[in-house]
Design a protein around this ligand. Structure first.
Ligand SMILES: NC(=O)c1ccc[n+]([C@@H]2O[C@H](COP(=O)([O-])OP(=O)(O)OC[C@H]3O[C@@H](n4cnc5c(N)ncnc54)[C@H](O)[C@@H]3O)[C@@H](O)[C@H]2O)c1
Length: 250
């Protein structure tokens, strides 16, 4: 079957890290609504279980699984669970992330290491753990959630921007490595999105530099992810897609 046609185990299976709230929860819902069996993974177990319970009550095929993206052991357990249940994984969404705003002269090594370990190393651990199951799906893809700050800077965002720029380089290299195994790897770079991460941010910040004049709703990012994960994006790998209301057009 040509790669642009659907050739997927049914149901296709997705894993979304940071799936307990914010954009991750929106990605879980959107993928489930389009027919995926979705694992929402997070360290916020109570919020994650509540979120998933609500979707299950609507008939969506979703499950919650505790997963700290910095833990090799957690990744191993999660892949074993999915292997037992489905034998393959269609899509890994490396969405978990944290942010802090600190001028570099005040940055602490612990805070820096923790952010890099979640935002960047977590995506590497996930990709590495998922390769066998992605390959087994024959339509596997990885989507790394970067940011407009992966391509440009902002005052105080050095750790965050370094992690998100790192994800873009990681995406390209892994796309090259995994193309022969039939696994596509792409990045999505959201602009400002309404979520708990930026709830305390002054609304002027990114919005004032966004031509569309507002933050995105999380589902506006989810729809791009749904497309990238689908066979409609079968010739896309090693690239990044900005979903930023025109921010990068400046
Ligand atoms: N909100 C924005 O404006 C914006 C813009 C661009 C990119 N992003 C990126 O989008 C992604 C989602 O962020 P959001 O806006 O939904 O924020 P959010 O804070 O609501 O969600 C982040 C999720 O990641 C989870 N997480 C944190 N550490 C984890 C760990 N060690 N293991 C597993 N999960 C962990 C959190 O518990 C949370 O559920 C992040 O990668 C973020 O950097 C956000």
């Amino acid at each position: 079957m040509p790669p642009h046609q659907e050739n997927r185990s049914y149901p296709p299976v997705a894993l979304v890290t940071g799936g307990a709230r914010g954009q991750g929860a929106a990605h879980v819902r959107t993928l489930a609504e389009s027919g995926y069996s979705v694992y929402a993974c997070d360290v916020l177990d109570s919020a994650g279980r509540d979120c998933v319970r609500g979707m299950q009550s609507e008939g969506l095929d979703v499950a919650y699984q505790h997963l700290d993206v910095t833990s090799e052991e957690d990744w191993g357990q999660c892949m074993e669970l999915i292997n037992q249940a489905h034998g393959c994984l269609s899509t890994l969404i490396n969405n978990a992330g944290v942010m802090h705003v600190t001028p570099v002269h005040e940055e602490s090594l612990d805070a820096w290491n923790q952010l890099i370990s979640i935002n960047l190393t977590g995506a590497m651990l996930g990709a590495r753990a998922a390769i066998p199951l992605l390959e087994a799906s024959s339509r596997g893809s990885i989507i790394n959630i970067s940011s407009i700050f992966g391509a440009g800077g902002a005052l105080g965002y050095s750790a965050y921007a370094a992690s998100k720029a790192g994800l873009l380089g990681f995406t390209k290299c892994v796309a090259l490595e995994l193309a022969p195994r039939g696994i596509r790897v792409n990045a999505v770079c959201p602009g400002g999105v309404s979520s708990p991460m930026n709830a305390l941010e002054p609304s002027g910040g990114v919005v004032s530099e966004t031509p569309l004049g507002r933050r995105a709703e999380p589902t506006e990012i989810s729809h791009v992810i749904e497309f990238l994960a689908s066979a409609k994006a079968s010739f896309m790998t090693g690239t990044e897609v900005f979903v930023d209301g025109g921010y990068m057009a400046h």
